[in-house]
Design a protein around this ligand. Structure first.
Ligand code: SF4
Length: 340
């Protein structure tokens, strides 16, 4: 018997992202877990300087024939920037949209800082997607994390983004203060009900300088272990993929400035790769069970050769235990997996 199947991840066009960091800009306060200054390597910004630098670098990219790019405003609360900066940024970018250098513009913001009027207006100026820093739909976790809004407000914000005709992204943060067994799984189910265009998963970390550092030092907060995080994220990614929702980021990026400032929590430089490899393994295990007998050979699309066995080949023993030792797994140039 021969089974052919595709990778379980939904198709998601890959475009190059041009990130614009605006750490803490527009934020009503600093959330307990947040250390955007460490994450972005920038400690606050002057928005005029960011705008000038952006226009200068976009012009240079245009001249050099680079692109196209997706422009993404990260690290602050874009829709709450003062002095019409959202409009000023979008208007400045408009010229580069018309030239084809920028093909999409998105921003991240808080669920309690979106209104239908403003999003409609920003959409008319070129904003395509709003990524909501939801973190959780769970009221006690939101309260313990000092987020200042409820799960109902998040649901309303998701509806507002849609009603404004924009694409919706959802960011979740498993392991928040106030977390309890089952909260993350119900957050995932709730997020799926909102039908986002994409999702990011950022497990909660204790970062030097964030308020959570003190709570953690006083014994009032315990982050998730890495093992639990891998298991829970693998479950979540499988659910999102089954609902055809791409998961475009897992864990904060391995910035040099950040690494030395992570005091506790489930951080790993290859977190996303490790999770994806687990989801793929579970998919292949299900297909092997359909075969009804021990698999003899697995042909894998070559583009997944770096992912199949996980980080440092940590999953190779699991494949071997299934009867798929390294000699029985080959890579080929086709798009589908073949299992016999
Ligand atoms: S989590 Fe978001 S809203 Fe809170 S301080 Fe950080 S960037 Fe601002």
């Amino acid at each position: 018997m021969l089974l052919t199947f595709s990778h379980p991840e939904p198709l998601c066009p890959a475009t190059r992202v041009w990130p614009v960091f605006i750490p803490f800009a527009g934020c009503p306060g600093r959330c307990v877990f947040c250390a955007q200054d460490k994450q972005t390597g920038r400690d606050g910004v002057l928005l005029d300087a960011v705008l000038e630098e952006l226009v200068r670098e976009l012009a240079a990219a245009q001249t050099a024939g680079r692109g196209p790019y997706e422009l993404a405003f990260f690290g602050g609360t874009f829709t709450a920037l003062p002095h019409e900066y959202p409009e000023r940024f979008l208007s400045a970018v408009d010229k580069f949209r018309k030239l084809g250098l920028i093909i999409k513009t998105r921003c991240s913001t808080r669920p309690d800082r979106v209104t239908i009027e403003q999003l409609g207006h920003l959409g008319s100026l070129g904003l395509d997607m709003v990524e909501l820093g939801v973190q959780s739909f769970d009221d006690p976790a939101l309260q313990a994390s000092g987020r200042g809004y409820s799960g109902d407000a998040v649901r309303q914000a998701c509806a507002t983004v849609r009603a404004a005709g924009l694409e919706l992204g959802i960011q979740l943060m498993p392991g928040l203060p106030g977390d309890r067994p089952g909260v993350f799984r119900s957050d995932v189910e709730e997020a799926i009900r909102q039908k986002p265009d994409n999702v990011r998963l950022y497990p909660c970390l204790v970062i030097r300088g964030a308020e959570l550092e003190n709570v953690w030092r006083d014994g009032g907060y315990a982050p998730w272990s890495l093992d639990r995080t891998l298991e829970e994220l693998a479950w979540a990614v499988e659910e999102f993929w089954r609902a055809s929702i791409p998961v475009i980021r897992m864990g904060v990026a391995a910035e040099e400035a950040l690494e030395g400032n992570i005091l506790a929590g489930p951080w790993h430089a290859a977190l996303g790769q490790r999770v994806r490899a687990r989801v793929l393994l579970a998919h292949i295990q299900k297909k092997a069970a359909e075969l009804g007998l021990a698999p003899r050979e697995l042909l894998v699309p070559r583009k997944y050769s770096g992912e199949l066995f996980g980080h440092a080949r940590e999953l190779a023993p699991v494949y071997a235990a299934m009867g798929l030792s390294s000699g029985k797994i080959r890579f080929h140039d086709a798009d589908r997996f073949l299992l016999s």
